[in-house]
Design a protein around this ligand. Sequence first.
Ligand SMILES: [Zn+2]
Ligand SMILES: [Zn+2]
Length: 116
Amino acid sequence: MAYDNNSFGARQMVDVSAMGLKCAGCGAAITELPFQPTSDRPVYCRDCNRNRKQSDRPAMGGADRGAPRPMVDVAAMGLKCASCGADVTELPFQPSSDRPVYCRDCNRNRRQGRSF
Ligand SMILES: [Zn+2]
Ligand SMILES: [Zn+2]
């Protein structure tokens, strides 16, 4: 197959219109693919491919790397750590008034070992 580099450097599409392929997602006819299809793998039309790629990622943008949990700003509530008495300004959950809250250090200590 000829292979010309002049076209935008975009990825090369394989013309599969003669193969009569159908999208495994929506059933649309597929005329080209970014790769040579093999008969034992389903192929998807451009739209379905894009949807599938997007759904690989978590639906919510932004919250990634390390701490996916949003912190709740509780600085206005004047909460104190039930263990060491430090001011608690943010929590990984919405606090309820009948449960003790802990500062970050104490939370970590409590989680690491139940030494007390
Ligand atoms: Zn499709
Ligand atoms: Zn504490």
